[in-house]
Design a binder for this molecule. Structure first.
Ligand code: CP3
Length: 347
């Protein structure tokens, strides 16, 4: 049997292996009792910023669920600390920025420092997790894409459709451009440093980019994304993640990520038609179906595999993060099903 890391990395090169690799966004938190027990003793920030605890949580799902990749336990907001942006993670709300940005001087004051200085706890955790995982599982590093980071910096908190951001882009395009240029530089350093520390792949979370229309994305976001991906091209394969963004998919592919994560709204076959066969695809089971009775979940998962059509560049995942009420037993069963019925297995 092929090891998880090799199975996963083969898919990122669109090469065949013994079966389809699988992992889940948010696999390390929320639904695992072992994680909840740790959370009773430590805050989220303590878990993420203490290297030993971060390694523990990062590796949990490989043991419990049998997934082929571990994702570093962190948050997209962490590198903002090094930029001099004060924020807190509020229980039940999410990240809240103390002083949302709106003026040129505020954007000019953002600091660009080395990633090792901004998030010193992260890189020892990546080195230790890489060592602990061996060939059992690949290690995925990640960061927020510049647009999604800018959403929090400008809006100040999560939002359904980020109206302040959409106003700023069009009324103050120079401020916007400056902000995106700074965030692109910070992201490039942050993700490169994760690759150097041992992340095999990095995922760029552009969770909220789907709020934009196509023209705004093309003019005000895509050029920055393209520059960021160019900086990473020869260092590490990148998975670009977004949701509700089918209307942007051709522009996303043109920006140049090696792999694209697709949510449940678009069938995988159709998505592949847009991004081209030389890119790998990740996805795309609806996370809500993990809460359904097993026969329903099983049928939906087999449907995803059938949409992938046995192509070698498929990484099975949900279309967004694991919902907190998901049962670990159900997730484990899903992993086993994907391995049993994935590409390359007799049907
Ligand atoms: O839910 C948990 O796993 C608990 C730990 C936690 C994380 N972030 C881990 C994380 C908590 C409490 C946060 C705070 C936070 N940060 C929130 C609110 C809480 C929540 O659970 O959603 C939000 C919305 C953020 C901002 C954020 N972080 C975004 C938009 C993303 C991109 C993914 C997405 O959901 O669209 C993240 C990434 C993130 N936060 C990861 C982890 C472990 C990514 C890695 C992974 O997929 O496991």
């Amino acid at each position: 049997m092929t090891d998880g890391a090799d199975r996963f990395l083969a898919a990122t090169r669109c090469e065949k292996s013994d079966t389809t690799p699988v992992w889940f966004m948010r696999q390390a938190g929320r639904s695992l009792p072992q994680y909840r027990a740790l959370r009773r003793r430590f805050s989220f920030m303590e878990l993420a910023t203490t290297s030993d605890l971060c390694v523990e949580v990062t590796c949990l799902p490989v043991d419990i669920l049998g997934v082929d990749a571990a994702v570093v336990f962190a948050d997209i907001m962490l590198p903002l600390q090094g930029m001099g942006v004060a924020f807190e993670i509020r229980e039940g709300v999410g990240p809240v920025i103390r002083k949302p940005l709106s003026s040129q001087p505020e954007v000019d004051n953002l600091r660009i420092i080395e990633a090792e200085e901004a998030t010193p706890y992260l890189f020892p955790a990546i080195r230790a997790a890489r060592e602990r995982l061996g060939r059992r599982a690949a290690l995925i590093g990640f960061g927020g894409a510049p647009f999604t980071l800018a959403c929090y910096l400008v809006e100040g908190h999560g939002s359904r459709d980020f109206p302040r951001v959409r106003t700023l882009i069009h009324s103050e395009p120079e401020i916007w451009n400056r902000l995106m240029t700074t965030l692109t530089e910070v992201s490039a350093r942050y993700l490169s440093a994760q690759a150097s520390a041992g992340a095999d792949v990095v995922q760029l979370f552009d969770s909220w980019v789907g709020v934009l229309d196509r023209a705004t994305f093309e003019v005000h976001v895509a050029p920055h994304l393209q520059r960021l991906l160019e900086r990473l091209r020869y260092l590490v394969p990148v998975i670009y993640f977004s949701t509700a963004s089918a209307h942007l998919l051709d522009g996303i592919a043109a920006a140049g990520p090696q792999g694209v994560s697709i949510d449940w709204r678009l069938p995988l076959g159709e998505a592949w038609g847009v991004i081209g066969p030389h890119r790998f695809i990740q996805g795309n089971l609806d996370p809500a179906l993990v809460l359904a009775p097993w026969p329903v979940l099983e049928a939906a998962a087999l449907g995803v595999l059938s949409e992938a059509g046995g192509r070698p560049g498929h990484i099975f995942n949900l279309g967004h993060g694991v919902l907190p009420a998901s049962s670990p037993e159900q997730l484990r069963r899903l992993v086993d099903l994907v391995h049993e019925k994935g590409a390359g297995k007799p049907s």
